[in-house]
Write a protein that binds this ligand. Sequence first.
Ligand code: ZN
Length: 245
Amino acid sequence: MRYGVISDIHSNLEALDAVMALFKKERIQSILCLGDIVGYGPNPNECVDRISGLKKVQSTAGSHDYASVGLKDMTWFNDMAVRALTWTKRKLTEKSRAFLMRLPRLVDGSAFTLAHGSPRDPIDEYLLSSLQFLDNLPYFRTPVSFIGHTHVPAVFYTDSLGVIQNKPLPEGRAVSFDPEGKTIVNVGSVGQPRDGDPRACAVIYDSEKRQVKMVRCAYDIESVQKKMRQASLPLYLIERLGYGR
Ligand code: ZN
């Protein structure tokens, strides 16, 4: 099966549509979504509709998804995130709210595990270090776990010498993982990348070949920024889309 894996869409419809168009070309059969469908950007309901309207999709909740429907306290977020979340909360339709509230914290599948932050702390952990990777190993049983939340694509695994590897994911090049070992793949962010590349980021996962490949899609950033200005969303959130930071 060829899966398209996405995370941190953050109400950025143009970025999501660009990724979906690429997935179509790549003959993707099913979508795995790691949450933060909303927050920051100007099109929360449209992004929820895109995801909920997919025929084959499995999705977990992200911190912004839960906060926007009152399932998580906003005191955890910085001022700009709170401003965008407060705006998002007002905009969400009943249908979108109901969908976001039903999202699970974790998808514990037979071949893969899905979490927004980490298998250990699915909603909140920023998994950045090799030590955190090691601490997370007891919390998933599958050869691969997909995460997001940091908005930076990366792969964590233990190599044949037992050394933990913590590497950025290369663009467009398939990376194989060990079916006997455990790998964590951070798929980056569709709608607000922070690795210095402003293009939308996603991962293609081939479950038969046991490979993941990071892909990037250019999209119309300016039209998203224009909509954010019209909605009076924070300037910093508008500008960072252009830098990918
Ligand atoms: Zn996020």
